[in-house]
Design a protein around this ligand. Structure first.
Ligand code: SAM
Length: 304
């Protein structure tokens, strides 16, 4: 079960969609003074080298963040303004690369850490089960000297989340939380676990914001997941939003080449009311800049 390493995929088109949606959601939630509990049930290693062995093998960032940066922030030329959510994401990524060259990619724990507000108002709980990646994550987080603001656990995130929802009240008495659920779907039971987790946690904490990443692949469980999440949201009378991005086939690939992941989605339960407009502006541009060939497209729907 531990063959998945996110380092092979860091900064790919799926991370771009996931992290843009995450940042836009948190930006809105953080407009309110009250503290937030952030939970990342499948955190990964936190930081990834884009010039390391893993990405040279996979090279997936080339069709994701590298391509986006090359188009909107061309080296030695003036930056081109993108949709605000894309610019916000690129600013965050480049803040981890002060030399200008893109060497490091911030995974979701570092995306969230970047947005955490001072004085420990917000808390971040990270779960990662892989023996190597949980060690890497703990080491990367330790360097931040974040004290008790960030907690790392080598634990099953589907179980660990139960201890943190509903979240403790903030100084103003309100309870607020956002949860990223981003499994590797290495084992097909992950699909059912995701919808069961959202269902259970909505019962415990109906106003929490849940962000679920999922792959779009020809597999019945994957196909079913957004449908199930819609049902769970509707049954609980919660608003939802579903955004997908498909970059399509690589036209340079031959019929024998493995296509790799070409499409994914983000399903958000209790999205900020601003998120739809933000993604409506960002998705067409992402498609324009990252789309490759047959099968490319983007969708955005909402309900509740
Ligand atoms: N959220 C990360 C990001 O955006 O940078 C990427 C996470 S990666 C897609 C999924 C991670 O979940 C892998 O590192 C994997 O080892 C870990 N994992 C798999 N099953 C898990 C479980 N039940 N609980 C916690 N982590 C798990």
């Amino acid at each position: 079960m531990f063959s998945y390493r996110h380092a092979f995929h860091a900064g790919n088109h799926a991370d771009v969609l996931k992290h843009i949606t995450l940042i836009a959601t948190l930006r809105h939630l953080m407009q309110k003074e009250a503290g937030l509990t952030l939970i990342d049930t499948h955190a990964g290693a936190g930081l990834y080298r884009l010039d390391g062995d893993y990405t040279e093998t996979g090279g997936e960032a080339k069709d994701g963040v590298v391509k986006l940066l090359g188009a909107l922030r061309p080296a030695g030329k003036p930056a081109i303004a993108g949709a605000p959510a894309i610019d916000d994401y690129l600013d965050l990524v480049t803040s981890y690369n002060p030399s200008g060259a893109l060497r490091v990619y911030p995974g979701s724990p570092f995306v969230m850490h970047h947005l955490l507000r001072a004085e420990s108002r917000d808390k971040l709980k990270l779960f990662e089960l892989h023996p190597t990646d949980s060690k890497l994550l703990a080491g990367n987080i330790a360097q931040l000297d974040a004290g008790r603001q960030i907690a790392v656990a080598r634990q099953d995130g589907f179980e660990g989340i139960k201890a943190f929802l509903p979240p403790p009240p903030s100084a103003t008495g309100s309870k607020r939380a956002a949860v990223l659920i981003d499994p590797s779907y290495e084992i097909k039971t992950d699909y059912a676990k995701v919808s069961a987790c959202v269902q259970e946690q909505l019962k415990r904490f109906p106003t929490g914001t849940f962000l679920v990443w999922y792959p779009i692949i020809p597999r019945p469980e994957a196909h079913d997941l957004p449908r199930r999440l819609k049902t769970v949201s509707n049954q609980n009378k919660r608003p939802w939003l579903n955004a997908t991005l498909a970059i399509g086939q690589d036209p340079t690939h031959g019929p024998e080449d493995r296509p790799g992941l070409t499409a994914s989605g983000m399903f958000v339960v209790n999205p900020p009311h601003t998120l739809k407009a933000v993604l409506q502006a960002a998705l067409p541009q992402l498609l324009d800049l990252l789309g490759r060939g047959r099968g490319k497209g983007q969708t955005l729907e909402s309900g509740g």
